[in-house]
Design a protein around this ligand. Structure first.
Ligand SMILES: NC(=O)c1ccc[n+]([C@@H]2O[C@H](COP(=O)([O-])OP(=O)(O)OC[C@H]3O[C@@H](n4cnc5c(N)ncnc54)[C@H](O)[C@@H]3O)[C@@H](O)[C@H]2O)c1
Length: 386
């Protein structure tokens, strides 16, 4: 199979879908890899490294898209990329369809097979292609918070403290993947850390595994209101699957926080768990409101692009090998986790989250029937339906 890896063209997106080591593995399995010139530069991987791995480097994105049976990307295709998608082509990337009806329509009209990293789901409910990005964002949240606690701009607080001076206080809302990773780093710095969650079993687990400077608290509004009064760094790490994050900290709460409190709302990509958060960028990551410093970067892992690219390829490569080795139909029939990643096939929507995401409900197709139908060739083409 020919696998194409275009350069990511979103502003501030420095990751690439496949590392040179990943390319070498796919080439060794008998596949042809085509990278767009400069695709890996943002992650520190030169074209020469890709050539040495046995891949080809093409001068333009158009060449990559035209040559590839399967495109591997990091972020969802944006408007200039839509005309490049074509019927039957597999596109394996983060899509987050529910956030964009226009993208959903474009992919349906193209007739491509869209397999979304974010909905590949193990029988345990774990989302293996999202986990590493949450791990990275959680760890970065403490680094970002620590930086913005410093002058200029911040209140001038050193999270670790020094002998004779108390360490800073970190409050983490949500003890899932982001929250746990944030807690590890904050605890390692020596901060006084509190994690809040509504899942008591999770809190029991965290209480068992976390060091002594991490405490757990059941998440209620009164408990949150009390904690925020003397916290230096608040990290928002809440997730309610398939829903907007709840506003755990309201605009009225800001008046009760200390001047210069830093809020890093990692959940900003789901609307945020702090009412006053809005998305920001790596170039301009913070703004101040009522004396509280807000950090709302929605693509935090891109800031650690090299680490993120390595972590992403670690988890996507096994699935890429299956897709390229067996074709998407057999790969998805054989692997229920990968099958859950199928979102759109030849214009038809196969994931319930996408079908119900927009005002005009889209018909949900049975994924097994669709795989079967595609095998027998008894399907209409996307072009004939739109
Ligand atoms: N900004 C970024 O770049 C970036 C990167 C990765 C992940 N994220 C986002 O970070 C968020 C967290 O992701 P995750 O992987 O840690 O999710 P997760 O499912 O592992 O953890 C979420 C936790 O929130 C808890 N929770 C739910 N309601 C709560 C409440 N009212 N109070 C306290 N806790 C509550 C859940 O019990 C769960 O333990 C998601 O919105 C995810 O999309 C953002």
């Amino acid at each position: 199979m020919v696998i194409g890896v275009p350069k990511e063209i979103r502003v501030d997106e420095y990751r690439v879908a496949v590392t040179p080591a990943g390319a070498e593995t796919l080439v060794a399995a008998g596949h042809q890899l085509v990278f767009e010139e400069g695709a890996g530069i943002g992650s520190g991987f030169t074209d020469d490294l890709y050539k040495a791995s046995g891949a080809r480097v093409a001068a333009t994105a158009e060449e990559v898209w035209a040559a590839a049976d399967m495109i591997m990307k990091v972020k969802d295709p944006i408007e200039p990329e839509w005309p490049r998608m074509r019927s039957g082509q597999v596109i394996f990337t983060y899509f987050h369809f529910a956030a964009s009806e226009a993208l959903t329509t474009a992919v349906r009209e193209s007739g491509a097979v869209a397999i979304a990293y974010e909905t590949v789901e193990l029988p345990t409910g774990e989302l293996p292609l999202l986990t590493p990005m949450s791990e990275i964002a959680g760890r970065m949240a403490v680094q970002a918070g620590a930086k913005h606690l410093e002058k200029p701009g911040g209140p001038g607080v050193l999270l670790s403290g020094v002998p004779g001076v108390l360490p800073g206080k970190v409050l983490i809302l949500g003890g899932g993947v982001v929250g746990t990773n944030a807690a590890k780093i904050a605890a390692g710095l020596g901060a006084r850390v509190a994690i809040m969650d509504i899942d008591l079993e999770r809190l029991r687990y965290l209480d068992d595994v976390m060091p002594a400077n991490v405490h757990t608290l059941f998440s209620t509004r009164p408990a949150i209101r009390k904690q925020i009064e003397d916290t230096d760094l608040i990290i928002g790490a809440v997730l309610i699957p398939g829903a907007k994050a709840p506003s755990l900290i309201t605009v009225g709460d800001l008046a009760h926080m200390r001047e210069g409190t830093v809020v890093v709302d990692v959940a900003v990509d789901q609307g945020g768990c702090v009412e006053t958060i809005r998305p920001t960028t790596h170039r301009d990551p913070v703004y101040s409101m009522d004396g509280v410093i807000h950090y709302g970067v929605a693509n935090m892992p891109s800031g650690a692009s090299q680490s993120s690219t390595l972590a992403l390829t670690n988890v996507t490569l096994p699935y890429a090998l299956k897709l390229a080795g067996h074709g998407w139909r057999k790969a998805c029939s054989d692997d229920p986790a990968l099958k859950r990643g199928l979102n759109v096939v030849d214009g038809r929507v196969t994931h319930p989250g996408v079908a119900s995401a927009f005002e005009c409900d889209i018909e949900l197709d049975d994924v097994d029937a669709l795989i079967e139908r595609s095998v027998s060739g008894a399907h209409t083409t996307a072009a004939s339906r739109f």
